[in-house]
Design a protein around this ligand. Structure first.
Ligand SMILES: *[C@@H]1O[C@H](CO)[C@@H](O)[C@H](O)[C@H]1NC(C)=O
Ligand SMILES: *[C@@H]1O[C@H](CO)[C@@H](O)[C@H](O)[C@H]1NC(C)=O
Ligand SMILES: *[C@@H]1O[C@H](CO)[C@@H](O)[C@H](O)[C@H]1NC(C)=O
Ligand SMILES: *[C@@H]1O[C@H](CO)[C@@H](O)[C@H](O)[C@H]1NC(C)=O
Ligand SMILES: *[C@@H]1O[C@H](CO)[C@@H](O)[C@H](O)[C@H]1NC(C)=O
Ligand SMILES: *[C@@H]1O[C@H](CO)[C@@H](O)[C@H](O)[C@H]1NC(C)=O
Ligand SMILES: *[C@@H]1O[C@H](CO)[C@@H](O)[C@H](O)[C@H]1NC(C)=O
Ligand SMILES: *[C@@H]1O[C@H](CO)[C@@H](O)[C@H](O)[C@H]1NC(C)=O
Ligand SMILES: *[C@@H]1O[C@H](CO)[C@@H](O)[C@H](O)[C@H]1NC(C)=O
Ligand SMILES: *[C@@H]1O[C@H](CO)[C@@H](O)[C@H](O)[C@H]1NC(C)=O
Length: 523
């Protein structure tokens, strides 16, 4: 009887408290899944992936940070967020974005509908903190706790906006700092718990165990937490304690490594046409990337440990993913993302949480646009206007069902090639075309982007096949098509084998996707 009274009282104190799970989203930066990107993450795989679902076919909808992160936050494709690149002029954390999209991103929706306590720490959008877009005083709507990294991923000497106040950090390794803030978050819980406990002690006797109170209160105060690490983004700086790990690591020589073929779009075929013999620079990058991920692995472990001691592990969804993938030497492109190939668009994704089956591999394709609606479903928010405005759809129910990819499964990718706004290839001064970019000396002056490296792709899973169809917006309307089942490394462009009706089918699919909005994107 007392217990019932207790619950009733708690309900009045904390409003409508129908059960909602906590959600923790961990986002890495540029972590591939096809070039051993998960090798340094053994704890994460063991504690998160193997205790839940590992996705075999998870994709980004744009292989570049800011557009992809904007999609994660909103559940909308690039053409609906308007975030086309990493610049302010391309809407990356722009004033327009702040006005039009930030208030409709997942955190404010959770707050509005379920009174979630919300927390963000780490890299947000590349231009976050820019003085012409509110600086670090700008705290995105819907966050109670805001620890946002100013600018792009970096490991030392960075500025964090702590609830809107800029704080400079010099020699504290960023990934580790994110864990420290996590512990602060834990203390926040303790503080609230103690407050309520005191008010209840006045009303009832002390015998009600703190243990019980702890659990009941916390399960009735759902939280949404995002932790976005800089790793393994360039400059790939590992924590000092990890600098000796993975000795002798070499870049992965996939069949597509240093492979130059005719069927690729313009930028890939630009000179130098092959990699040099000595690619120790790329070997070093591979090693540093893996080393920098070790601190992320420790971060995930400490979160899971903390949840366990708080007895929250069973009521918390943990999502681990990355904004996009990465390539190192594939198709003679030294290092970067921004290409439509699997290395760049496939991402790690693992989810554990309430009612999610352990140790399972999920084969059906999903993409980051689906994450926000999935998180809303985890929070038990149904049928709100917001969900219908999102382009993605929740896959929470599907991960309980499994099965092979279905005819309706499709992945859509769009990318806008960047030009060179600022730097003018000091080292590679023979390249004077302003419409190409990211040509650096450590990449042997091979450019990794250009204005006409602008493309859309669709991947279909019809008839037990997996076809990737990509069309470039260049002066050739260049098209690349791959049969991913028979040619997983995308060595053979089969566009020429496609007859008129097949071409028409895929071109129409691309057009439909490019113009879709909300529910229309699910066909
Ligand atoms: C609490 O919210 C849930 C769904 O959010 C709703 O179904 C339920 O009726 C609400 N209960 C009260 C007491 O308001
Ligand atoms: C920036 O975003 C707004 C709103 O989404 C959109 O109208 C505009 O076209 C975008 N700008 C660019 C350059 O795409
Ligand atoms: C941030 O703000 C929240 C309340 O909105 C507060 O509880 C918390 O202590 C603040 N965090 C820091 C690190 O100042
Ligand atoms: C950080 O800045 C300090 C000077 O403020 C400099 O000595 C140090 O080398 C910098 N660290 C890194 C990793 O850039
Ligand atoms: C890449 O291919 C070129 C041409 O075949 C060759 O000279 C070079 O040694 C290769 N580099 C690597 C790292 O395999
Ligand atoms: C980003 O997009 C905007 C709008 O299309 C464009 O003006 C700007 O040059 C782009 N930035 C880069 C680096 O390409
Ligand atoms: C689909 O292809 C896989 C091999 O790629 C095969 O094992 C499976 O039996 C096929 N399924 C159907 C329904 O044909
Ligand atoms: C792509 O753009 C570059 C730079 O402007 C230009 O030289 C090249 O001809 C273009 N290629 C295609 C296929 O459009
Ligand atoms: C490219 O496609 C556009 C419209 O889709 C068409 O107008 C143009 O002629 C095409 N160019 C080439 C070189 O095929
Ligand atoms: C085009 O190719 C597809 C698949 O191979 C086939 O089913 C279709 O009949 C072909 N259409 C024409 C017009 O040849």
């Amino acid at each position: 009887m007392f217990i019932t009274l207790f619950l009733l009282l708690l309900k009045t104190i904390s409003g409508n408290t129908s059960l909602s799970a906590n959600v923790i989203l961990i986002i890495t930066d540029d972590q591939d899944v096809l070039l051993n990107g998960l090798k340094p993450m053994s704890k994460t795989v063991k504690l998160l992936g193997n205790k839940g679902v590992i996705f075999e076919n998870a994709y980004t909808n744009s292989p570049i940070c800011c557009p992809s992160r904007s999609t994660i936050l909103t559940g909308k494709y690039l053409h609906n967020t308007g975030v086309v690149n990493n610049s302010l002029s391309g809407n990356c954390s722009s004033v327009l974005w702040q006005k039009m999209h930030e208030p409709h991103s997942v955190a404010p929706i959770l707050k509005k509908h379920k009174e979630y306590v919300t927390f963000y720490s780490g890299k947000y959008l590349n231009q976050y903190g820019h003085k012409s877009a509110g600086g670090t005083r700008h705290v995105p709507e819907g966050y109670d706790w805001w620890i946002g990294l100013k600018g792009n991923s970096i490991y030392y000497n960075y500025t964090l906006s702590v609830n809107g106040t800029a704080k400079y950090f010099n020699d504290e390794y960023l990934t580790d700092i994110l864990v420290n803030f996590l512990f602060c978050f834990y203390f926040l819980f303790k503080a609230i718990v103690n407050e309520i406990w005191l008010s209840l002690v006045v009303l009832f006797q002390k015998e009600y165990s703190l243990d019980f109170l702890n659990q009941k209160f916390i399960t009735q105060t759902p939280f949404f937490m995002t932790i976005a690490t800089p790793a393994p983004h360039q400059p790939f700086t590992p924590a000092n304690r990890h600098k000796k790990s993975f000795p002798g690591t070499k870049v992965i020589h996939t069949p597509s490594f240093n492979f130059s073929s005719k069927g690729k779009h313009w930028i890939v075929g630009m000179p130098p046409k092959t990699l040099p013999e000595d690619v120790s620079e790329l070997d070093k990058f591979q090693k540093l990337r893996m080393q920098s991920l070790l601190a992320v692995d420790e971060l995930v472990e400490s979160i899971i440990y903390k949840l366990e001691t708080l007895n929250l592990l069973k009521s918390t969804f943990l999502i681990f993913t990355s904004d996009n993938g990465y390539h190192l030497g594939q198709f003679t492109q030294p290092y970067d993302k921004r290409q439509p190939y699997e290395t760049d668009i496939k991402i790690p994704l693992m989810i554990r949480g309430p009612k999610i089956k352990k140790k399972s591999i999920f084969k059906r394709p999903v993409s980051l646009v689906d994450l926000a609606p999935t998180i809303l479903e985890m929070a038990n928010i149904k049928g709100t206007d917001y969900q219908y405005q999102m382009d993605g759809k929740s896959f929470l129910k599907n991960i309980k069902k499994f099965g092979e990819p279905s005819e309706n499964d499709k992945v859509f990718v769009e990318y806008f090639g960047e030009t060179n706004e600022r730097e003018f290839h000091e080292e590679c001064d023979f390249i004077t075309d302003p419409d190409v970019s990211h040509c650096t000396q450590d990449a042997w002056c091979k450019c990794s982007d250009s204005k006409n490296n602008t493309f859309t792709c669709v991947i279909t899973f019809l008839n037990n096949k997996s076809i990737k169809f990509c069309k470039f917006q260049d002066n050739q309307n260049f098209t690349e098509v791959y049969d991913l089942k028979t040619d997983p490394y995308e060595l053979h462009n089969i566009f020429e084998n496609f007859n008129k009706s097949l071409r028409k089918y895929y071109e129409e699919l691309l057009e439909t996707f490019k113009n879709c909005k909300g529910n229309q994107c699910n066909f």
